[in-house]
Design a protein around this ligand. Structure first.
Ligand SMILES: N[C@H](CCC[C@H](N)C(=O)O)C(=O)O
Length: 278
């Protein structure tokens, strides 16, 4: 299998061109290739497919083999892949995902995509649609008891479920390995959850670390940055356009409340390419 290893702010996936034919057992292949010692090493697998309703279709799998509906860093890399490799010459693309069709604007420098802006659509706030097992319509600044400690969460779906947790301490010192899995598997989240731990720096910047459902800690999460900015705005903590600092780089997110639309802008990069026997 030919592959390209790409990343958006260090959130890395193995990308496979399936426009000429699908691969079998993608979940199992994701588990295998993602392994950082026995495989290629990645946060999961992303397939680039043809689409009947958009320019391309993206399918994404976590490192544990589960399928995700949307991937913010992944969709920017898919845009770079199809443009840089000449599968399209369009700088405005539509990409089908399991959470709908997304529109993307590509910035091209020296013939290669450097930055991608994505219309991420409207955030989903209804508890039952995220899903969050609470008896309130929305879950904003709600209490959650994890491992004997009460945290405040705001839950948002950007096509996939997120629990945004504001913390006062330095995010870099937060024991994510220990607490992340407890959020992921908490009974409040029947489909498990991606959790963002966020430290607000000022009205224009936050630091964020993420524990992803199915992949563990990753260096960045695009949908997670969008959920974070929506949560910041809903809780009155920041302006509506802010920079999210992640372990692997920065992503700019704007929550346009008037049009109920989230915009995400960030980089996409190719790390290396190769072939693997599967
Ligand atoms: N890293 C991705 C999100 C993957 C979400 C996945 N872990 C899930 O099960 O929903 C991003 O950049 O948006």
């Amino acid at each position: 299998m030919n592959f390209t290893k790409m990343h958006g702010c260090g959130n890395d996936y193995v990308y496979v061109d399936c426009t000429k034919g699908m691969i079998e057992n993608p979940g199992e292949i994701s588990r295998k290739v993602s392994h950082r010692h026995f495989g290629i090493g990645s946060d999961g697998l992303i397939l680039i497919c043809s689409s009947d309703v958009a320019d391309f279709r993206m399918a994404m799998y976590n490192a544990d083999g589960s399928e995700g509906a949307m991937c913010g860093n992944g969709i920017r890399c898919v845009a770079k892949y199809v443009y840089d490799k000449g599968l399209t010459d369009k700088k405005n693309l539509s990409i089908e995902t399991k959470s709908g069709i997304k529109k993307l604007e590509l910035t091209v420098e020296d013939g290669k995509v450097s930055l991608v802006k994505v219309n991420m659509g409207a955030p989903i706030l209804k508890s039952k649609d995220i899903p969050v097992a609470v008896d309130t319509d929305k879950c904003i600044d709600a209490d959650i008891n994890v491992d004997g400690k009460v945290y405040k969460v705001t839950c948002v779906s950007m096509g996939n479920p997120h629990a945004v947790t504001f913390i006062d301490e330095d995010v870099n010192k937060f024991p994510l390995d220990k607490i992340g899995p407890k959020f992921e598997n908490h009974p409040m989240f029947p489909d498990r959850v991606n959790t963002e731990f966020v430290q607000v720096l000022n009205r224009h910047e936050v630091n964020m670390r993420v524990w992803e459902r199915g992949s563990g800690e990753t260096l960045a999460c695009g949908t997670g940055t969008c959920a974070t900015v929506v949560a910041c705005v809903l809780n009155g903590l920041t302006e509506d356009e802010i920079t999210v600092h992640l372990l692997g780089g920065d992503i700019l997110v704007k929550y346009d409340r008037d049009n109920d639309t989230v915009w995400m802008t960030g980089p996409a990069a190719i790390a290396f390419e190769g072939t693997i026997e599967i």
